[in-house]
Design a protein around this ligand. Sequence first.
Ligand SMILES: [Zn+2]
Length: 298
Amino acid sequence: MSQDIKPAKVLYPNTPWTERSVPGVHVPNEQETFKSTFTEPTVECPECHSLTTHTAMSFNAYVCPQCDEHLRMKARERLNWFFDQVDHELGQRFVGNDPLKFVDSKPYSERMLDAQNKTGETEALVVFQGVLKGISMTACAFEFDFMGGSMGTVVGDRFVEAAESAIQKKQPLICFAASGGARMQEGVLSLMQMARTSAAIEKLKAARLPYIVVLTHPVYGGVTASLAMLGDIHLAEPKAMIGFAGKRVIEQTVREKLDEPFQRAEYLLDHGVIDQIVHRHSLRDTVYRLVSKLMNKN
Ligand SMILES: [Zn+2]
């Protein structure tokens, strides 16, 4: 009987278990193991292509922990990050409409619906009132993923309400700009928002309340030509592209080849267009310091 019992076959003599392979069982290679360690969605940095979990990225205010690239922040997330305490949201009663019944390759109403489903927002501007380090403020942020953060009538309505409410409550207004410009589907009505928002800012200045603009990547067109360049102070995030027309359009107009960085925040700072470039991690402190100085809070 004892002769029938064979010693167990040693399949992998002297091989550490991590290096053993069993026929029919796929052992993940290094790359696959790396991917499988992430059990939650990851964000890929467009600059260095490193992967970071969504939670880690959100915790780091969407600044790449590897290369310091400032990734785009969603408007609502940015305002929640900016304020220590959010009191309420303004302008929600203004919702997207289609005043011209505009149709290009697709009806405007359909494009609007797509943008709403994609972003979860009803329009391209979100306005919050809240408290930053003990100072009550009104702040608005453009949602770039909503039709390129373009400014139509509703964005104008919401911005004007933000400014008027700031005046009424004697609060400073902070604007996080990120926009492709005026919304062409609303034609001249969207261009009129440039004048409306400029007038609202003028009222804010008459009330001697600070209006601070934070230019985030990218800001172009009618938004640059109005509310984004009328601040008392213009801050920008590193490497943000800021301009009126894009590089290609200018090159076609002036028939000249232009240097690559001429619309970057760093170039604009050197040429006196903006006041300061602020790392996102210092932005809350910087805005707080500026507002407390301008409003003689300390
Ligand atoms: Zn990176």
